[in-house]
Design a protein around this ligand. Structure first.
Ligand code: ZN
Length: 154
């Protein structure tokens, strides 16, 4: 199996078996993002558990890339300290902007490296980014992330 089809397998697996796909009982912040060009919709919620670790809730509908990306995002950032999610989010943004030319860091990105193949298709990049943009807005709304860090990537 080549890398391209391995990546497709990972995305399809997250699409068919989304990890942690449910809403939180008591979110600290939430954001609803839409990607009108594809018709994707996603609500992402954040909270922290009793140890101060991130909890993620989400639900949505749309293409396999947008929904698989939400599943991967939830799996990657759940249990992190607030703020650590930004490191992964930034690595993901860098990978998508490299249009498939860079070397994604699997230690940081885990299953999210599967979206490196998507980066070559500009029309699908927004699908892959939707979950991460919604996560950032939800974190800002919850007060877990300051607006200042948002200015850095626009
Ligand atoms: Zn889409």
């Amino acid at each position: 199996m080549n890398l391209e089809s391995l990546y497709q397998e990972i995305i399809l697996d997250h699409y068919k078996h989304p990890r942690g796909r449910e809403l939180l009982a008591a979110p600290l912040g939430a954001a609803h993002h839409v990607n009108p060009t594809c018709g994707d919709e996603l609500t992402v919620q954040v909270a922290v558990d009793s140890d101060g670790r991130l909890m993620i809730g989400y639900e949505g509908q749309g293409c396999s890339i947008s929904q698989a990306s939400a599943s991967v995002m939830s799996e990657l950032v759940t249990g992190l300290a607030p703020g650590q999610s930004e490191v992964i989010r930034q690595a993901f943004l860098d990978m998508m902007r490299a249009k498939g030319t860079g070397e994604p860091d699997e230690d940081v990105l885990g299953d999210a490296v599967a979206f490196a193949g998507v980066a070559k298709f500009p029309a699908r990049v927004k699908c892959a980014l939707l979950a991460w943009m919604a996560l950032q807005d939800a974190e800002i709304q919850s007060g877990l992330l300051t607006q200042q860090s948002k200015d850095g990537d626009s």
